[in-house]
Design a protein around this ligand. Structure first.
Ligand SMILES: O=P(O)(O)OC[C@H]1O[C@H](O[C@H]2O[C@H](CO)[C@@H](O)[C@H](O)[C@H]2O)[C@H](O)[C@@H](O)[C@@H]1O
Length: 271
């Protein structure tokens, strides 16, 4: 299938943005965090928001015609701390947790059985795969897990991914590929895409797609849910260094630097 345009240069991005956004438009800027506003690094505790992204966001949150929201796989509290900007809506755990600027919170209901399975799954994964020989590790996000395998020798990774995915499915959870990791999500019909729609409906009311310009940027498989669900209602950018990657996004672009360029463009070209 034909894939969307791969925007390489700043001129490419400028040309696209100036076509879709006029200075006085009402804009909803939604973004992913890791790999979009902060660079992917070996350990999630080391990730910080790119200083230029923070500078731009700090200016954008003050604009009355711009709404900003960040939707991440990280737990909400961790995300909020790492971004560190007030007047921004935060959604964590792949959309299952949301906190609006007026402090209203949304939590997708997780059953006791799901919590119990998550705990069981964690201890089985730890016992089976977190060894000196295969230094994988499990990130516990309370209602979801991440199995990180970056430091597992490459020749062991493929079989390990298959085994872990099978085990996750056995416990009714969903394994989703991520950067050197498997995101382990609870069996619920709720994604970053559902969170994006909930946020937009909450902020603007139904029918927002007629008069709000929505932008979404993200770099991972879980961001594809937003790109698919907002098709025709938003302009979405998939960040990837793989020119052959298939995506639901409107455009593809290369890196955190290009995401920062989008933020700076909004600062300089909107009122
Ligand atoms: O939805 P996001 O904001 O993109 O968060 C997705 C996951 O990000 C983190 O893991 C990823 O980034 C780490 C830091 O760069 C990297 O070490 C890891 O390999 C990546 O998978 C985070 O640890 C997860 O909880 C998030 O779900």
């Amino acid at each position: 299938t034909t894939q969307p345009e791969y925007l390489i240069t700043r001129d490419d991005i400028h040309a696209v943005l100036s076509k879709i956004i006029k200075p006085d438009d009402s804009i909803a800027l939604l973004s992913d965090f890791d790999g979009t506003l902060g660079r992917i690094c070996p350990n999630p505790v080391l990730t910080a928001i790119e200083p230029a992204a923070k500078d731009a966001l700090e200016q954008l949150v003050k604009r009355s015609n711009i709404f900003t929201g960040i939707i991440s796989g990280r737990p909400m509290a961790d995300l909020r701390k790492r971004v560190g900007i007030d007047n921004c809506t935060y959604s964590g755990n792949h959309g299952m947790e949301i906190v609006f600027t007026n402090k209203t919170e949304f939590h997708y209901p997780i059953t006791t059985e799901m919590y119990a399975n998550c705990t069981k799954l964690k201890s089985i994964l730890m016992a089976k795969y977190v060894t000196n020989a295969a230094p994988a590790w499990v990130e516990d996000k309370n209602i979801s897990l991440v199995f990180h395998y970056r430091f597992v020798p490459e020749h062991l990774q493929e079989a390990m991914i298959a085994d872990v995915s099978e085990l996750v499915r056995k416990y009714g959870y969903n394994p989703v590929p991520a950067h050197a990791a498997i995101e382990i999500k609870p069996p619920v019909v709720w994604s970053k895409g559902h969170a994006a729609l909930l946020i937009l409906n909450e902020i603007y009311g139904s029918g927002w797609e007629k008069n709000i310009r929505v932008i979404y940027m993200g770099d991972d498989t879980s961001d594809e849910d937003v790109m698919e669900m907002l098709k025709g209602k938003a302009t979405t950018f998939r960040i990837t260094d793989n020119p052959g990657l298939e995506t639901h996004a409107t455009y593809r672009m290369q890196s955190v630097d290009t995401a920062v360029f989008v933020l700076d463009w909004l600062v300089n070209n909107t009122n």
